[in-house]
Ligand binder design. Structure first.
Ligand SMILES: [Zn+2]
Ligand SMILES: [Zn+2]
Length: 139
């Protein structure tokens, strides 16, 4: 699969059966819908309910960032914001293939996630520790 930003071939990084497509050139990461569900469950922050459905149906965010093509279906992805303080602008395939996060965006999201160091056995804990390892933003 090719990176929607720089067009390099992405590598698959795998950890505890969670697989992500990672671009070594620009450090962006692609979440397939399945991995995304896990991440979103992990992100049930106070006062927010995130789901793939409400990301896909949320209004397009105003942004000057260039639109990117979905690496799965090739159609233009839409810009949406998730999280808060600060909201993180990401790219989402409107047809539900998944989400793209630039490297800095992954770091911003992870800093918003609740601490769950002892819950590495659950899927949410696994994906957080996985992202932490891949992006080295925690500890
Ligand atoms: Zn790239
Ligand atoms: Zn798509």
């Amino acid at each position: 699969m090719k990176c929607p930003v720089c067009n390099s071939l992405m590598i698959v990084v795998e950890h505890e059966r969670i697989e992500l497509d990672y671009c070594v050139s620009c450090s962006g990461v692609w979440f397939d819908a399945e991995e995304l569900e896990l991440l979103l469950e992990a992100m049930q922050l106070e006062g927010t309910r995130l789901s793939l459905d409400n990301i896909l149906t949320s209004p397009e965010a105003k942004s000057v960032e260039k639109k990117r093509d979905c690496p799965i279906c090739g159609r233009k992805m839409k810009k949406v914001t998730i999280g808060h303080e600060p909201a993180v602008l990401i790219d989402a395939c409107s047809w539900g293939d998944g989400l793209w996060l630039d490297s800095g965006e992954v770091g911003q999201l992870i800093t918003q996630l609740p601490d769950r160091p002892s819950e590495k056995s659950d899927p949410q804990g696994r994906i957080i520790s996985f992202l932490g390892e891949v992006f080295r933003v925690r500890d």
